[in-house]
Design a protein around this ligand. Structure first.
Ligand SMILES: NC(=O)c1ccc[n+]([C@@H]2O[C@H](COP(=O)([O-])OP(=O)(O)OC[C@H]3O[C@@H](n4cnc5c(N)ncnc54)[C@H](OP(=O)(O)O)[C@@H]3O)[C@@H](O)[C@H]2O)c1
Length: 298
């Protein structure tokens, strides 16, 4: 049931946790955030996704990484069981999300992440997004140097298409993950062959915003056909979305976000949900669907 991270020897529970919502402007109180992370660790979730930019603005950079470090320090289990994947290459001036993937910035960002997380080496360091002001090869090249220096164990990329994947492979030789948006509403990478290409290359496809996003997730339970299908499985609409994603490729690792321990527990149970192939196909056909009434299911 576990899923391998790229071609590493690390296998994790098939559903990870995206920690972003624990540090944005609508973040929960710190005690609740730590309870949420502990619920994930206790449930066996071994892959936590973060970024230096998961915070309120530039004065708060690294908030999410420091929170994870604090939660791990207070957790009675063994921190080595929890793999932390972080990202660099985005800044938060006045709370905006602005790409900065200049090599010098990436080096500084990675070194800050090491301090925030309290480690000598990051398990997986992801280039958050291509920067149209910087050749992609230059950004990737700095990650390769950081890997050679031992500050990064593995490289991942995010917010990319097939072309960037091939370019990244030329520069880095090996990358272990691609992290893109993928959920029942947004299935582009399942249709355009990116997920399959990753599978051929032994690369983990990390599905971010698997529920439709930080703000868009309420569309799942609000959609009558989706909710009805979930009820047939005795599952929540969120569990159905995760079970569907897991069924779409053995290399897919969804990282749902959560601000409450109950959310984590609901999502963990989705790993046991087996979808009938015909129902998975029904969800495939929902691609491009907005969650509004009038959904075409055929
Ligand atoms: N690489 C990138 O550029 C990028 C961009 C965006 C996100 N990400 C990553 O992807 C992760 C997830 O994305 P996201 O947080 O934007 O969106 P998401 O996972 O699609 O949605 C998260 C929201 O859905 C709610 N939810 C999840 N499971 C639920 C359940 N079982 N029952 C009820 N509510 C449920 C959560 O509620 P509660 O808050 O109430 O618990 C949370 O607010 C982020 O944390 C981040 O790590 C990466």
């Amino acid at each position: 049931m576990k899923r391998k991270i790229g071609q590493t020897n690390v296998e994790v529970f098939p559903i990870g946790l995206g920690a972003m919502a624990l540090s944005l402007e609508d973040r929960p109180p710190e005690a609740q955030a730590i309870r949420t992370l502990h619920a994930a660790f206790d449930a066996g979730i071994g892959f936590i996704d973060t970024a230096d930019s998961y915070c309120i603005d530039n004065s708060d950079l690294g908030h999410n990484e420091r929170l994870i470090r604090k939660a791990l320090a207070r957790w009675p289990g063994s921190p080595q069981e929890i793999r932390i994947a972080t990202k660099g290459g985005v800044l938060r001036p006045r709370g905006d999300w602005i790409t900065d993937a200049r090599p010098r910035h990436l080096r500084e960002a990675c070194e800050s992440s090491l301090r925030n997380l309290g480690v000598d080496r990051v398990f997986l360091y992801q280039l958050h997004a291509p920067d149209d002001q910087v050749p992609y090869e230059d950004s990737l090249g700095e990650l390769v140097r950081l890997r050679e220096e031992g500050k990064i164990a593995h490289i991942g990329i995010s917010n990319v298409g097939r072309e960037e994947l091939e370019r990244a492979l030329i520069v880095a030789g090996r990358i272990e993950s691609v992290q893109n948006r993928c959920n029942p509403f947004e299935q582009d990478d399942l249709k355009n062959g990116l997920v399959r290409r990753c599978q051929e290359l032994g690369i983990t496809y990390i599905a971010y915003a698997p529920m439709g996003g930080h703000r868009g997730n309420r569309r799942l339970p609000a959609s009558e056909p989706f909710a009805r299908l979930a009820t047939r499985y005795g599952a929540s609409a969120y569990q159905l979305a995760l079970a569907w994603l897991l069924s779409r490729g053995a290399n897919i690792l969804p990282i749902p976000g959560a601000r409450r321990p109950e959310t984590v527990l609901d999502n963990t149970a989705a790993a046991r949900l087996q979808l009938d192939p015909a129902d998975a196909l029904l969800i495939d056909r929902m691609s491009g669907w907005t969650g509004e009434p009038g959904l075409k299911t055929a």
